[in-house]
Design a protein around this ligand. Structure first.
Ligand code: NG1
Ligand code: MG
Length: 534
């Protein structure tokens, strides 16, 4: 007998990385004039460099995080949004029949002095597990290679139709400020991954596949990436922030932020303190926080016998895993604010009972885990080595649990504000602005004291922004420098920007000519796309 099987389920359109006919489709009306100039100059530069036309462009935006800092790698939801600044990777594929097909991949950047051209051979990548040089100073091309490596690895694993790497000419045009906590690195990795992937397989790519691949790609650069940046850049929807969750699968719920009265605006200000994750202390700081939060979760799970925690990517349990299990066991019902707040308080008490001091030696921590120090180091610090004699488990864990609650409160307030808004007068909306601002300030306070990821310049920027009318301000991204994001009522935006210019930039950075590149208002932008335009 013949049994007709249903056609294979195909993911709905909105779950796929869009392919657009023209890049202008994805920018907002106000961005279009700048983008069309940029786009035609990119085409000209490409022709001048390579004597041929662009075949397609992969485009990924940077992001800011509104709230939920350093909790993505503990698997708690975060609330970022994409910024209009993006990275374009323009590609020409040279078919093997073309006389110019020389097996080379030439990678250039429109900022050619800062980012010199690199030439590779497709033969360099016959083994998808090739090593990317990540010494003290990491070359800009490493981010491209991370994306390429991801594309090769994942196409081998998942695509039956993958073809070998073609000869390629590439030109990168990145507008995301670098080392600023705005996710320039993820945008370049993600655009490169998307570009290379679409040269070797059919460009029907699920967004969640791209996110997961980009996270793993970026880890090849030595940072144990949490996943927020890649998810924000890929799932982004214009005019919306995204509530990104990592369990059971990575997903994003758009929350509209534009219709409020008075308008809810966001202002970014760059401290100009570089947050390069690859400096002397850089990668350590992030990776140490990862280890601290993981060890805290594992010790708490053992202390309160909640059972084995689900392992995150082979690195150990997460605080989210512990939190969910202890809540479930104690019947602390979730969903409403009051019970959630009570649960958070109970968990914080447990954290303080378990970790009576703020610093523990590695030997002491191994003892709490019931394993030898060697085993502990092998298990938790082999893939991403850290240099630390003492770790702070208590304050890091407290920050993560409380920050996750702030993020939930913020996103539900934001959602209720933007759905109710037409009924609200300016004065009625004030308490919303105040409440959202307070949550951001509390996040900054906790990031600064408990997570120790702020710095004096960032604290100063936050102080000035508030002096001139911001409802709330906080560090965004990794921290230890980079940018702040402020929530500002539309009618205060100019005051805040002018105040920052006068009190921060004029005295500290009189050399800056393009001040609008370091302090600017943003509206949420669209996510990653492929543009097939010629
Ligand atoms: P940035 O600022 O882009 O380096 C990093 C992580 C995020 C998240 C934040 C802190 C990477 C690529 N990004 O962001 O996943 O953990 O720090 O909230 O590792
Ligand atoms: Mg980064």
């Amino acid at each position: 007998a013949y049994i007709s099987s249903p056609p294979p389920a195909f993911p709905p359109q909105e779950d796929l990385v869009p392919t657009v006919a023209s890049l202008s489709d994805i920018y907002s009306a106000t961005d279009i004039p700048h983008q069309s100039v940029r786009w035609s100059s990119l085409q000209e530069r490409f022709r001048a460099l390579y004597d041929r036309d662009i075949s397609f462009v992969a485009r990924t935006p940077g992001r800011v995080n509104l709230i939920g800092e350093h909790i993505d790698y503990s698997w708690f939801p975060v609330l970022p949004m994409a910024i209009p600044h993006d990275v374009l990777v323009a590609v020409a594929i040279i078919p093997s029949t073309d006389p110019a097909s020389d097996g080379r991949i030439i990678l250039s950047n429109v900022q050619a002095v800062k980012y010199p051209t690199r030439v590779f051979s497709t033969d360099d990548f016959t083994d998808p597990f090739f090593a990317i040089p990540t010494s003290q100073h990491i070359d800009w091309s490493a981010y491209f290679l991370a994306g390429l490596k991801g594309a090769l690895t994942f196409s081998r694993l998942c695509a039956t139709d993958a073809s070998p790497l073609p000869t390629m000419r590439i030109l990168v045009d990145g507008e995301v400020p670098t080392c600023a906590g705005l996710s320039a690195s993820s945008a370049l990795v993600c655009s490169s991954l998307l570009a290379v992937l679409s040269t070797i397989t059919t460009p029907i790519i699920e967004k969640s596949f791209l996110v997961n691949s980009a996270v793993i790609s970026e880890r090849a650069l030595g940072v144990n990436s949490g996943g927020m940046d890649q998810a924000a850049s890929v799932f982004a929807v214009r005019d919306h922030a995204l509530l990104i969750d990592f369990r059971p699968l990575v997903s994003a719920k758009p929350v509209r932020v534009l219709d409020t009265v008075p308008r809810l605006c966001f202002v970014v200000a760059n401290s100009l303190v570089s947050v390069s994750n690859r400096t002397e202390t850089g990668p350590d700081r992030y990776n140490i926080r990862f280890v601290e939060t993981t060890l805290a979760a594992e010790i708490l799970a053992r202390e309160y016998s909640v059972g084995r925690l689900e392992i995150r990517d082979g690195f150990g349990g997460t605080l989210r895993g512990f939190y969910d299990k202890i809540c479930e066991r104690n019947g602390w019902t979730m969903g409403d604010r009051e019970s959630e707040e009570r649960a958070v308080k109970e968990v914080v008490v447990k954290i303080r009972q378990t970790f009576s001091k703020d610093k523990y030696s590695l030997d002491e921590i191994a003892k709490m885990l019931g394993i030898s120090t060697e085993d502990m180091l092998r298990k938790y610090t082999t893939r991403f080595p850290i240099r630390a004699k003492y770790l702070n488990l208590r304050d890091r864990a407290e920050h993560v649990i409380e920050e996750s609650f702030r993020c939930k409160c913020f996103s539900s307030l934001l959602a209720s504000l933007t759905t109710n808004l037409r009924a609200l007068s300016a004065s009625e909306s004030t308490p919303y602005f105040d409440a959202l601002g307070e949550l951001m300030n509390a996040s900054q306070q906790s990031g600064s004291s408990k997570f120790e990821c702020s710095c004096p310049e960032i604290n100063e920027l936050c102080r000035i922004a508030q002096k001139y009318g911001a409802s709330g301000s906080r560090i965004t991204g990794t921290g230890w420098g980079g940018c702040i994001i402020s929530l500002v009522r539309a009618d205060r935006v100019n005051d805040v920007i002018d105040g920052l210019k006068r009190e921060y930039y004029a005295s500290r950075h009189p050399e800056i000519s393009q001040i609008n590149d370091v302090v600017f208002p943003i509206t949420p932008a669209n996510g990653a796309v492929l543009s097939k335009v010629n």
